[in-house]
Design a protein around this ligand. Structure first.
Ligand code: ADP
Ligand code: MG
Length: 848
């Protein structure tokens, strides 16, 4: 027999292998010298071989080892930028800008060749070879060019931060890379991360069939001594200030890096420290800084801060007093009989003077630092204080890398930008507040707010590590070791698991990702929840209902869905906002969305929210009833009370009367401030995201007109279409006892047993036939349980067909009553029999 030759072994995936061409780079000698000291330089060969031979590579390494600045250069020199671009994504804008500038400088190339692109800003040109961008920008590019044909390599930097976009990009690129390979135009993917939880990427079969190779960049790190605080002070900004003074007064040279949570805190500390150890040049800078800060105010992402708002209100109040001119609207708009709280505004203005700064002034710097024996004596040198946060102009960000003036000590006050994204040179002392600003989402409403929380242990380690780059260092933690042990999480949660799924689903769909349920997330959100979200979005009209013959196609996105996705709130609120573009409704809807998102704005004295007690028990009830007194105000119901409460409270606040106003009207003052915060934030984000809209955040929102209140009822229905209820028809019940029991009972489409109007509702006495509710909850009392409905608005049944058509089932036109033509409106009125929800109620439709 003739032996059949064995098939030749397949060539080792030739398309993966990159043909190295050496592209020379002409660096300055000084730059080259500095590069050679970076740990990643020692591993250039291994790194590049791995990348050349594999389509996907994970690179992990300590912050400062040179990943971000050097890897793009390695790739450039190996010819990856010859025909296509090298793309690098960063979760933070600061990093995208700073790194592009640094790399351009190191490579001696212009900013046309090494460029950046962030939303609204960039210097990308046709000559761009290396492009730094935010992950959101690359996400947008995928929408128009799914295969990313412009790029030969994509580097996803800072993957450990687990930003939503980076997570989604990892998933998308895990599929794009093989596709590009098939097309014969391979794309390399490099996922870069600090040395944290790399296993989420490497050991993830959902993402990569074969685990991609992992390169660990070794990095020399000097020991850092950790000092915990005995107690954890509330006012960490003051404590940070005190600590910085002590370090500067008592410890040998070496830069100080202070971590606080936001732009406001950074600026406050910078101002104070500069004043304390002045340096002439820097005082001029301070003035400039302050002018520019004002301009940044409204576009800020993380700069939103109540203190600033209050300060602005105070400022405008002073102006107002100086001119003795009446404000545009006056309290009388909100004043109701018996509400008189006339206070002397002049007096109030005098008192308002105290500020955080004075509190800081009062702090002493006399005590000694614990745990440190090396004391420097000598004259107090000036401190070279620099701020760092994401919205700082790039020119100012760059100051952290410039030489410190002779005889000064460097002190950088930063948000967690300096944790891993930017490595600041010469740091020996780290002061860690242990806090960060986190975006927290309300599960119910999807409205997000920035909240100050403790960081994770992993973050605390990263921050401490910043002190050990040049020599042994010290980290002063402004919290106790007990707090660290018990209240710090091991790692921060990935953003994707903190965001409400409805929102995520809609956002991904608007990016063109159809099968969100099957999407390869690095850590997936709950699948069942994703499916339920898809259903809710369909009812809302954001996704098209699937015809029964196309069940396995995902429902398509509707134009309404696209609009909704642009609002930074849960889709049901997004829909409300989307429908509010007319009749001057947007400010009211913004206010409502904010108010509905905060718990317990209205106090219920004597009535637990979970109790059902006669309205008399709440002494504020009558007042509220008057706030929603008649006409559409009354029918708008409990949301009207909220609208009025918030409007009037903010107005009272602008006159310095907030505490009294809240006390006399049964409002929770803290909640009112939160609502205010959300209003400002929502308004800013809407102005930023929705073109053609420019809202202002006037603290003096006039009550709506009666007509507007009617529109607001419809708008609420549009968002809450799945929360409709209809009064149990009492006329059909003959038993007297039963009739009494069911006096406040409502049927809903989802629940078997009727639910009851809660005592807190201003519509409890009126018991309208059709309502929507904001919240349904169960109350157990011994063996019995009862459902209650809160946040009630009356609706007209004929609106249902218009706003929640999917929940209505149409039947035929009826002759009873006979069709009627109305000449004035040119409309034909007739009755159509329709049913709503699963309960199948007849629905008269009066307008076609
Ligand atoms: P990694 O990404 O591994 O955290 P980087 O590449 O960001 O590290 O930083 C490498 C080094 O380059 C750091 O020591 C950092 O201080 C330095 N560096 C980065 N940007 C600049 C700059 N604009 N001027 C001077 N040094 C810089
Ligand atoms: Mg980096």
């Amino acid at each position: 027999a003739i032996p059949v030759p064995a098939p030749a072994p397949a060539p080792a995936t030739p398309l993966c292998t990159h043909q190295t061409v050496y592209v020379p780079v002409n660096r300055l000698a000084k730059v080259q010298e500095a590069r050679l000291r970076l740990p990643i330089l020692a591993e250039e060969q291994q790194v590049m071989e791995t990348i050349n031979e594999n389509p996907i590579v994970i690179v992990a390494g300590a912050t400062g080892s040179g990943k971000t600045t050097q890897l793009p250069q390695f790739l450039y020199e190996a010819g990856y930028a010859q025909h296509k671009m090298i793309g690098v994504t960063e979760p933070r804008r600061v990093a995208a800008i700073a790194m592009s500038k640094r790399v351009a400088h190191e490579m001696n190339l212009s900013e046309r060749e090494v460029s950046y692109l962030i939303r609204f800003e960039g210097n990308v040109s046709p000559a761009t070879r290396i492009k730094f961008m935010t992950d959101g920008v690359l996400m947008k590019e995928i929408e128009s060019d799914f295969l990313l044909n412009k790029y030969s390599v994509i580097i996803l930097d800072e993957a450990h931060e687990r930003s939503i976009y980076t997570d989604i990009l990892v998933g998308l690129l895990s599929r794009i890379v093989p596709l590009r390979h098939k097309r014969g135009s391979p794309l390399k993917l490099i996922v870069m991360s600090a040395t944290l939880r790399v296993s989420d990427f490497t050991e993830n079969t959902r993402l990569f069939k074969q685990p991609p190779p992992l390169i660990n960049v070794e990095c020399r790190q000097y020991p850092v001594t950790i000092h915990f605080q005995k107690r954890t002070p509330e006012d960490y900004v003051a404590e940070a200030y005190r600590k910085a003074l002590k370090i500067h007064n008592q410890l040998p040279e070496g830069g100080i890096l202070i971590f606080v949570t936001g732009q406001q805190e950074v600026n406050l500390l910078v101002r104070k420290l500069r004043r304390c150890f002045p340096y002439r040049q820097q005082q001029e800078q301070q003035q400039q800084d302050e002018q520019q800060d004002e301009q940044l105010e409204d576009v800020a992402e993380e700069n939103f801060d109540m203190k600033r708002v209050i300060r602005n209100i105070r400022k405008s109040k002073k102006k107002f007093l100086a001119q003795m001119e009446l404000p545009k609207i006056n309290l009388d708009d909100y004043k109701l009989p018996g509400d008189d709280t006339e206070a002397d505004m002049h007096e109030q203005a005098e008192e308002d003077h105290s500020d955080d700064e004075e509190e800081l002034d009062a702090l002493s710097a006399g005590e000694e630092l614990e745990g440190v024996s090396e004391l420097s004596s000598g004259p107090k040198q000036p401190l070279w204080v620099l701020p760092l946060y994401s919205l700082l102009s790039s020119e100012k960000q760059n100051r952290i890398f410039q030489p410190v003036p002779e005889g000064c000590r460097l002190c950088v006050v930063s948000t967690n930008v300096a944790e891993t994204s930017l490595t600041i040179p010469h740091i020996k002392y780290v002061v860690d507040s242990g806090r960060q600003k986190t975006r927290l989402y309300d599960k119910l409403t999807g409205v997000s707010a920035f909240v100050v929380t403790y960081t994770s242990k992993a973050s605390a380690e990263q921050r401490a590590g910043r002190a050990g780059r040049i020599s042994a260092g010290h980290c002063y933690r402004l919290y106790s070791s007990a707090v660290y042990e018990h209240q710090f999480m091991e790692f921060g949660l990935p953003d994707i698991q903190q965001k409400p799924v409805d929102d995520l689903m809609l956002q991904m769909r608007s990016m063109g990702i159809d099968r969100v349920v099957h999407f390869p997330f690095p850590t997936p959100p709950d699948q069942l929840q994703l499916q339920a979200a898809e259903q809710r979005l369909t009812v809302l009209g954001a996704l098209k209902a699937t015809p029964s013959d196309a069940k396995d196609l995902p429902p398509a996105m509707t134009p309404l869905g696209r609009v909704i996705s642009r609002f930074p709130v849960a889709p049901r609120f997004g829909k409300m906002l989307a429908l509010s573009h007319q009749q001057g409704l947007l400010p009211y809807t913004v206010c409502l969305v904010a108010a509905l998102s905060v718990q317990e704005v209205l106090q219920e004295t004597g009535v637990q929210r979970t109790e059902d007690v006669a309205p008399k028990a709440n002494k504020f009830h009558e007042k509220r009833q008057r706030w929603a007194a008649s006409g559409n105000f009354q029918l708008l119901g409990d949301p009207m009370v909220l609208l009025r409460a918030v409007g009037a409270a903010e107005y009272a606040g602008s006159r310095g009367q907030l505490p009294e106003f809240c006390a006399t009207n049964g409002l929770r003052q803290k909640a009112i401030s939160e609502v205010r915060k959300l209003r400002v934030q929502l308004t800013n984000e809407i102005n930023l995201n929705v073109s053609g809209v420019q809202l202002s955040v006037d603290p003096q929102l006039k009550p709506p007109s009666d007509a507007q209140a009617r529109f607001l009822r419809q708008i609420l229905l549009a968002g809450m279409g799945d929360r409709v209820a209809r009064k149990v028809p009492l006329s059909e019940i003959t038993d007297k006892e039963e009739r009494r029991r069911l006096k406040y009972a409502y049927n809903t489409p989802d629940m078997v047993d009727p639910a009851f109007l809660h005592a807190s509702s201003v519509l409890k006495q009126k018991t309208p036939e059709w309502i929507i509710y904001q919240e349904a909850y169960e109350l157990r009392n011994g063996d019995s349980e009862k459902m209650f409905l809160r946040g009630i608005t009356a609706i007209e049944p004929e609106w249902l067909l218009l706003y929640v058509p999917l929940l209505c089932n149409m039947r035929e036109v009826r002759d009873d009553p006979p069709p009627r033509y109305e000449p004035s409106s040119g409309k034909l009125f007739c009755f159509v029999e329709a049913t709503f929800g699963k309960a199948g109620w007849p629905l008269p439709l009066s307008e076609i």
